[in-house]
Design a protein around this ligand. Structure first.
Ligand code: HEC
Length: 111
């Protein structure tokens, strides 16, 4: 039992710590921006496959940006999607989305 706990703790550490700076940065964008409108975080990410996310995040996230700019319900996000802070971080955001996509086999641990 103790040993099991150790393994769990260790794997949490392993998953979380060096995780990959890009994924961490992407997660920060996601929790700061996307969660406002899309239901809670990771479960939303897991609705799409790696392929689907990659497609949405092509060309610095252009397809994703266009979906939002076309939809009046996303009006609150227009400024964000049109800004350079979106384009600058799409690479990280994509890494995060792909990392936790439906078919990635990854489940965010311990947070
Ligand atoms: C101001 C609210 C708002 C914000 C912020 C926002 N979205 Fe959206 N999003 C919408 C609306 C509204 C739609 C279009 C209606 C729909 O399909 O849900 C949409 C559509 C989408 C779609 C396509 C629909 C689907 O589920 O296939 C994806 C993917 C998506 N958003 C991801 C994101 C990501 C990733 C972020 C963060 C960078 C984000 N959204 C930020 C409101 C928002």
């Amino acid at each position: 039992m103790k040993k099991y706990l150790f393994i769990v703790m260790f794997s949490c550490f392993f998953v979380n710590a060096p995780i990959n700076a890009a994924i961490y940065k992407g997660q920060k964008v996601f929790t700061k921006v996307c969660i406002k409108c899309h239901d809670s975080g990771q479960s939303y990410v897991a609705k799409k496959t790696i392929y689907q996310w990659k497609k949405l995040m092509r060309k610095k996230g252009k397809p994703l940006k266009e979906i939002h700019l076309k939809d009046k319900k996303a009006k609150r996000a227009w400024k964000y999607f049109a800004s350079s802070s979106y384009t600058k971080k799409t690479r990280h955001l994509k890494d995060f989305l792909v990392e936790y996509a439906k078919d990635s086999g990854n489940v965010p641990a311990c947070n």
